[in-house]
Design a protein around this ligand. Sequence first.
Ligand code: PGA
Length: 253
Amino acid sequence: MRKQIAAANWKMNKSLEEGKSLLEEILSSVESVPSNHEVVFAVPYPYLYPLQSIVEGKNNIFLSAQNCHHKTAGAFTGEVAVDMIASIGLKFCVVGHSERREYFAESNAVLADKVNLCLTKEITPIFCCGEPLDIREAGAQNQYVEQQLQESLFHLDEVAIQKVVIAYEPIWAIGTGKTASSAQAQEMHAHIRSVLSKKYGTEVAAEISILYGGSVKGANAVELFSQPDVDGGLVGGASLVAQEFIQIIKALQ
Ligand code: PGA
């Protein structure tokens, strides 16, 4: 049975002390996370190690990296390798966030390499996909997202694909306050699942968590997460406010 996941993406925000207080405040309201749910905090690299003791030993609560490099090691000043992330015990890494694609020119091919490296180290990639506004306005979002999946994920076999979490994040909804309607989210998530079914079969597709991201808040999380193919959210802005993210965790179905 696929998991329902609330994933926080802090992006480049908070000092270590602020992050620590935020995490502690959230966790003090979330006593236990049931086994079909996962709560993930994608925090800036320097905080991964110092914050780990706060989540250690807590069931179904994890830290995640926000990115990794697509080569294994070497002369890449300022970059962080998947091996390094694995060596501090992490189990998750966000791959291909639209901000990485846009500002750091990450291509579908490079993201395929990142996904592969994560899987060799038993790190779950939270693979982001989603269309910009002009593609949505042209009605071409389904083909656009399908191509992202094909070029970054569809080389995986049916065992490996089930270790990937997909996050659909329409770019026009990220940080804009303009959430996709629950119907728009469900429509795309159903499309993604049908593309996965065609490639891997219905049973495999049913095992893959597909998160929605883009202006998820406490107030809209229940409606979004109650859609049959929406398995939780990847949350930016609202994950920086304890009471908002607590509400989002509680909205998991
Ligand atoms: P947002 O960001 O919730 O602030 O729209 C989502 C994301 O970028 O993952």
